[in-house]
Design a binder for this molecule. Structure first.
Ligand SMILES: [Zn+2]
Length: 318
């Protein structure tokens, strides 16, 4: 009987579950809506029920499950398996999520920070494969990070290492969701790229973004990149600031662990080469001048599956 792994990616809006073979190939997967007010016990029961349904759908039985990997927003401690809190899961406070799931499933469970799990997925099966030193940055609502150094995920004393979105690049700058000022996330996440555009639009009547705001009542990061690529000067300026913040933080990261690759994931990478070239330009500007590092800036390749593949890969190591 074939052994399988379950990879679970808990998000504030969705819970994704994948059933994978021991080579980390996805056999089947499902995505269910999550609620920010869900109780921990209710979520555990839903996950267990969905796992069983998914296995049945794939013609498998629960006995075939070898182990389970879970990626969740944090802060959380992978050593104790405790989810300390999560901004998008209001009822979770010091919740022993790993133990709750393991008890209910009767299988070994590993709990990992969601960005770390996605980073590990890319490292094992995506853009970082074949290397022992990579850094992962997800560009979405916020900026998540993961670091693999010497082939190991860097977790820190209590599991909160690699909060790369909160590296301060402009002291006293824009207010970040973490309460501090000047974090890279406050400039270069998809959400904050759009927010910066809205804040600065007043003085830029000629920008197409002004019409978009009036018509749609909002501006998205996609709008900013779309207008920039069509030559809108104001939008180009907004993109430049995002790329400069990312280039800057990449140089700082380089000086910490000297990765072979810095891999970008998340919704913003839909902007493609246009974005990557601009980050590279600013990176080259701030990199030290005494030697040229052999480092590649590139995009993630697993898309939305990075979290479940990474969680399953961590489960495989149990
Ligand atoms: Zn911050």
């Amino acid at each position: 009987m074939q052994n399988v792994l379950l990879g679970i990616d808990i998000g504030g809006t969705n819970i994704k579950i994948g059933c994978l073979d021991s080579g980390l190939k996805i056999i089947d997967k499902v995505s269910k809506l999550n609620r920010s007010d869900i109780e921990p016990q209710e979520m555990v029961e839903l996950i267990v029920a969905d796992c069983k349904k998914l296995l049945a759908q794939a013609g498998l039985v629960f006995a075939q499950v070898q182990s389970i990997g879970v990626g969740s927003p944090g802060p959380l401690d992978p050593k104790s398996g405790i989810l300390k809190s999560a901004p998008n899961l209001k009822k979770f406070h010091n919740t022993p999520l790993r133990e709750m799931l393991s008890k209910k499933m009767g299988k070994p469970v590993v709990l990992e920070n969601d960005a770390n799990a996605a980073c590990w997925g890319e490292r094992i099966a995506g853009a970082g494969s074949g290397g022992d030193d990579m850094v992962f940055l997800t560009l979405g609502t916020g900026i998540g990070g993961g670091i693999v150094s010497n082939g190991q995920l860097i977790r820190g004393t209590s599991g909160e290492a690699a909060e790369l979105g909160h590296i301060i690049i402009y002291p006293g700058g824009r207010l970040c969701g973490c309460g501090q000022r000047g974090c890279v996330e406050a400039y270069a996440s998809a959400t904050n790229t759009a927010k910066r555009a809205i804040e600065n639009l007043q003085q830029n009547n000629k920008s197409t973004l002004k019409k978009i705001l009036e018509t749609n009542g909002k501006i998205t990061c996609k709008d900013v990149f779309g207008c920039a690529q069509q030559g809108d000067e104001f939008a180009k300026q907004m993109v430049e600031q995002t790329a400069e913040a990312l280039g800057l933080v990449c140089v700082n990261i380089l000086h910490v662990t000297q990765p072979q690759r810095i891999v970008f994931g998340g919704g913003m990478i839909a902007a493609g080469k246009y974005l990557l070239d601009k980050i590279q330009y600013h990176f080259d500007k701030y990199i030290w001048t005494i030697k040229k590092e052999d480092i590649q800036l590139c995009f993630a390749t697993l898309g939305e599956d990075a979290g479940i593949i990474g969680a399953a890969a961590l489960a495989r190591e149990l």
